[in-house]
Design a protein around this ligand. Structure first.
Ligand SMILES: NC(=O)c1ccc[n+]([C@@H]2O[C@H](COP(=O)([O-])OP(=O)(O)OC[C@H]3O[C@@H](n4cnc5c(N)ncnc54)[C@H](O)[C@@H]3O)[C@@H](O)[C@H]2O)c1
Length: 317
C-alpha cells in the first residue's frame, strides 16, 4: 500500500483519481480548499484509507503538516481550471501553481516521493504551430484575462524543472488537453458541461465566435490512466508530456453532436469570442505513446453518450 497525496482532491480530476487509487488499495491523503471544488465530490471517497486536509496548498506552513510525511507519491492537481474560476481568482491561481507547486516539490524532495504536476495545453497559448508537440514553446499573452492561468502553469513547470535538475526530484509534468465527463459540475463553465446541461434543459446552446475554433476532447478515464502511467514510469522522470485526444473537432460540430445525441430541441446561438481564446488545439501524443504506451481509448461519441446519460440522472431528467 502506497501513501499518496492528491492536491485538488475535491475537484473533477482529483476526486476521480482518488477513487481509482483507493480502489487499488492505497492510502490517499487529499488536500483541498474548495475554491473551485465541491464537498459532494468527497462523499464518494469515504474509505478507511482516505484522509482529508482542508488546506490551501500554497500555505507556507503546509510542508510542516504532521500528516505529510512518509509519502510515496504526490499528484499536484490543485488549481482552478475553468476560465470562470481562474478569472474570478487570478491571484490564488498564480499562488497555487507557484508557491503551491514549490511546497509540493519540497515535500517530494524531503520524502523522496515521485510527483506528477498537472500543467495544461494552455501553456501553448493561442498556438502558431499546429498540432502542438511538447517542443513547441507557445504563444501566450501576458497581458490578458487568461495570463494568470497560462503563465502560472508555465512557472509551475519551471519550478519542476529546477527541482528535477538541482535536487533530483522524480518529477513528471502532464500538459493536459480538455478533459470531460459528467464529473464536471453543471455550472463549471467548461464547454462540454455547458453544452450538455443546456441541451438537456432545452436552453440555447451557446457557441462563442463562429464555432470554427477547434478543440480536442479526452474522456476522463483516458486522462486518469495517463496520469497514473506518468507517475509509474521511470522513463518519464524529468519529462513534460501532452495528455490529450488528438481527434480535433470544431466547437460548432461538438454543439451539433451534443444536441443530436441528447435529442434536444435547443437552438444553437452565437456569442462574441472571449479575448485570447485559442483558435486551434490538437496534441501530438507520440511522446506519451512511446514513453508510457498511452493513447486514448474512448471516442468522443462514446464519451458523450455516457456523459449525457449521467448528467440526465444528476439533473433528474
Ligand atoms: N480538466 C481539464 O480539462 C484540465 C485541462 C488542463 C489542465 N488541467 C489541470 O488539472 C488540474 C485539475 O483540474 P480539474 O479539471 O479537476 O479542476 P477543478 O477546478 O475541478 O479542480 C481543482 C481543485 O483544486 C482545488 N484547489 C484550487 N486551489 C487550491 C489551493 N490553493 N489549495 C487547495 N486546493 C485548491 C479546487 O478547490 C478544486 O477542488 C488543474 O491543475 C488543472 O489546471 C485540467
Amino acid at each position: 500500500m502506497k501513501k499518496i497525496v492528491i492536491t485538488g482532491v475535491a475537484g473533477f480530476l482529483g476526486s476521480h483519481l482518488a477513487k481509482d487509487l483507493l480502489n487499488e488499495g492505497h492510502h490517499v491523503v487529499g488536500i483541498d480548499n474548495f475554491i473551485s471544488g465541491r464537498k459532494e465530490n468527497l462523499l464518494t471517497l469515504s474509505n478507511q484509507h482516505f484522509s482529508f486536509l482542508e488546506l490551501d496548498a500554497s500555505d507556507q506552513d503546509l510542508i510542516h503538516h504532521p500528516q505529510l510525511v512518509n509519502i510515496n507519491e504526490i499528484y499536484h492537481l490543485a488549481s482552478p481550471a475553468s476560465p470562470k474560476f481562474y478569472q474570478q481568482f487570478p491571484f490564488e491561481t498564480i499562488n497555487v501553481n507557484t508557491t503551491g507547486t514549490r511546497n509540493m516539490l519540497e515535500i517530494a524532495k524531503r520524502c523522496g516521493a515521485k510527483m506528477v504536476y498537472t500543467s495544461t495545453s494552455e501553456a501553448y497559448g493561442d498556438p502558431l504551430r499546429h498540432p502542438q508537440s511538447e517542443s513547441y514553446r507557445g504563444n501566450v499573452n501576458t497581458w490578458g484575462p487568461r495570463a494568470c492561468y497560462d503563465e502560472a502553469k508555465r512557472m509551475g513547470e519551471v519550478l519542476c524543472y529546477l527541482y528535477f535538475t538541482k535536487h533530483n526530484v522524480q518529477i513528471k509534468v502532464a500538459r493536459i488537453f480538455n478533459t470531460y465527463s459528467a464529473g464536471l459540475a453543471n455550472d463549471d463553465g467548461r464547454v462540454i458541461s455547458n453544452f450538455v446541461t443546456q441541451a438537456l434543459k432545452g436552453q440555447d446552446i451557446t457557441v462563442y465566435g463562429d464555432g470554427k475554433q477547434t478543440r480536442s476532447f479526452c474522456y476522463v478515464t483516458d486522462t486518469i490512466r495517463g496520469l497514473k502511467l506518468l507517475m509509474e514510469k521511470e522513463s518519464a522522470n524529468g519529462e513534460i508530456m501532452n495528455l490529450g485526444n488528438p481527434n480535433e473537432i470544431p466547437i460548432l460540430t461538438v454543439a451539433q453532436l451534443v444536441k443530436s445525441l441528447s435529442n434536444s430541441n435547443s437552438s444553437i446561438t452565437f456569442h462574441p469570442l472571449p479575448k485570447d481564446d485559442p483558435k486551434v488545439r490538437r496534441p501530438v501524443i507520440e511522446k506519451a505513446k512511446g514513453l508510457l504506451g498511452w493513447e486514448p481509448r474512448v471516442t468522443l461519441e462514446e464519451g458523450l453518450k455516457v456523459t449525457i446519460q449521467q448528467y440526465k440522472e444528476k439533473l433528474n431528467l
